[in-house]
Design a protein around this ligand. Sequence first.
Ligand SMILES: [Mg+2]
Length: 364
Amino acid sequence: MKITSIDTILLRTPYECGGPKPNFGGRVWDRAETLLVKVQTDAGVTGWGEAFGYNVAPTTKTAIDTVLAPLYVGSDARNIEGLMREMQMRLNYQGRNGSVIYGMSGIDIALWDIAGKIAQQPLHRMFGGSGRSHITAYSSLMRYTDPTIVAKNTVASIERGFQYVKLHEIDEPQVRAAREAGGPHFGLMVDTNCPWSLGEALAMARRMSPYNLYWLEEPCWPPENFEALAAVRAKSGVTVAAGENAGSVMDFKHMFQAGAVDVAQPSVTKIGGITEMRKVIALAEAFNVRVVPHSPYFGPGLLATLQLLSAAPQMPLVEWLYFDLEQTLYGDAIAPRNGQIAVPQGPGLGLDPDAKVIERYRVG
Ligand SMILES: [Mg+2]
């Protein structure tokens, strides 16, 4: 079964997030962006993947269109593990992290979708999973800065049934506002996106300690400063989460060896797709580290995460970005209900995207 074509489709969808639109990577993030990867085969089976887009969507799209697609087309679509290894080796000089690996991730997800469709099994069954039908989700809020808006959206998330709420704030008043508004019984996480030196991170961990954080995410710059994360863990006692900026399973090996994290957060559209993600999950189990993937996605990246978590050995928790999209690729099939997301039971990723929604929001 040969790969006959690989196409990229960028979607930009209007959304509401309970406050002003965030600034991300130097521009206002006024649309939710999804970079779809469509892989077709000579067996007539089509797979859908997603490569990390956001503000790097143009470079990831270019990497797939100009570098990766010509290399993959003609290959055996069943040779998923082999292709991941081969392409990592052939393209090693392009960097072991970033848009080329993101592009490989999208293609890998699509190839697994094809494998599941050929086998007529959802991926969690192929991975030997228990077939969890629902995964507990946490509400992942934008950075609003205004404590009043943080409090409002924390309460709104709890009222929607979420038992866990994650902020993207970097100061203490916003964290206090969330805890005071939401009460003592919900899991409160704070994702800071790598702003601080070790000294600053320790000071902030101390300031936030009264609010009983479920975890503190990426407190130190740069993301691969694993010794600093280990020191934050050891000296403050806070639960530390990180991993969305890792480029391969080797990065996680170094992270775990440094004792940097309690919670590993591989991102399926960035790390090397489902193939590399399964290696990270196995490695984390060996190091007694919990895996809670990074998954602020609305397309195949979220479906792949759900399929992996349905089969994962540990208690799963999935990130749900607190966005209401104008229209979604899957209707309300994976909309959270009472803080739970249903795992799609169709073959492969479990669902195919709605062609009408693609046509409506595609760019170009
Ligand atoms: Mg994060």
